[in-house]
Design a protein around this ligand. Structure first.
Ligand SMILES: Nc1nc2c(ncn2[C@@H]2O[C@H](COP(=O)(O)OP(=O)(O)OP(=O)(O)O)[C@@H](O)[C@H]2O)c(=O)[nH]1
Ligand SMILES: [Mg+2]
Ligand SMILES: [Zn+2]
Length: 297
């Protein structure tokens, strides 16, 4: 009798679904006819799989269990945490890019973990100061080094039994962190890039790696990041440290820009909200307002 099991889709390649059905046990599956179609099953999905006993290691996806969330770019289902990786040095951390990533994470309804990497290197004082500036309730953070292994337990602990994706600029050390945690992943990555060389495949498929009790996926880095089109009033809600003071702003829907009686600005003056965070918020707000104004163009 063929057995039905629940598993986690860890990779999707050319119509084949690699499904982890037990510790170290992955089966290659096709999907049942009615589930077919490019967009119906994603890495991170929990699925019911029929294991073919006469062909060990293979099976068929019978059903996709209800999905808690679907992250776009990279398309990963059921993500519970976005690990936003920034190097403390080489390259220097980019706090405005970090803000964008944090806003995007919030808009996707997901929890971030700020990962300050390359702690083994000497960093500039302004870079190190960011660790404190971003110590905001709702933004847990860890200081790590993929080179030495420092801080890796904390990172794994924050993942728990959930699904995490590594996000961040190119060169921050996302792949290095994953390789540190999952040495087998390193081998595969290096073979792939050696083989494909310069004419690299742009559509690299996402793969979830087992990390502790959870799953972690690498993503390609970037140097710029646009926010989706949102209404300006949606932006302040993505800043956790604004939530409390915003209740005391004189006007409902205060954008904490130049409105009179803005309690968020009071906190900035008092120093409880770091000026850098606020100034960058204003820059991002201007950008959002501008994009919103031009939305029909
Ligand atoms: N000293 C030091 N170097 C690191 C550390 N982590 C990564 N690196 C180096 O930084 C460079 C970039 O690391 P990657 O892991 O490729 O960075 P990435 O974020 O995956 O970059 P993309 O794939 O381009 O997005 C490599 O030369 C790594 O060896 C670290 O903790 N300490
Ligand atoms: Mg990488
Ligand atoms: Zn305000």
């Amino acid at each position: 009798m063929d057995a039905l099991r629940t598993g986690r889709v860890v990779q999707v390649i050319a119509g084949f679904y690699h499904v982890a059905v037990g510790p170290g046990e992955t089966v290659m599956c096709r999907a049942r006819g009615r589930l077919k179609g490019a967009a119906s099953i994603y890495p991170g999905d929990l699925v019911r799989v029929l294991l073919f006993e006469d062909e060990p290691g293979t099976g068929r996806v019978e059903e996709v269990l209800p999905r808690a969330s679907l992250l776009q770019r990279p398309a990963v289902a059921n993500v519970t945490r976005v690990l936003v990786v920034m190097a403390l040095a080489q390259p220097r951390p980019q706090s405005f890019l970090l803000d964008r990533l944090l806003v995007l994470t919030h808009l996707a309804g997901l929890e971030p973990l700020i990962v300050w990497n390359k702690a083994d290197l000497e960093a500039e004082p302004e870079s190190l100061a960011l660790i404190d500036i971003y110590r905001v309730p709702g933004y847990p953070s860890v200081v790590v080094s993929a080179a030495t292994g420092r801080g890796m337990e904390a990172l794994v602990a924050s993942l728990g039994d959930g699904v995490g994706v590594l996000a961040g600029p190119s060169g921050a050390g996302k792949s290095s962190i994953l390789n540190r945690l999952v040495p087998e992943a390193a081998q595969e990555t290096s073979t792939v890039s050696r083989k494909s060389g310069r004419g690299r495949h742009t559509t690299r498929s996402v793969r979830l790696c087992r990390v502790g009790d959870g799953w972690l996926a690498d993503t390609p880095g970037f140097s710029r990041l646009d926010l989706p089109l949102i209404e300006p009033r949606e932006l302040p809600a993505t800043y956790p440290e604004f939530a409390e003071p915003a209740r005391n702003c004189r006007y409902d829907g205060c954008l904490h820009a130049s409105e009179p009686g803005c309690a968020v600005r009071d906190e900035v003056e008092r120093g409880t909200i770091p000026p850098l965070r606020y100034e960058q918020y204003r820059r991002l707000l201007d950008e959002v307002i501008e994009a919103y104004r031009n939305r029909y163009r």
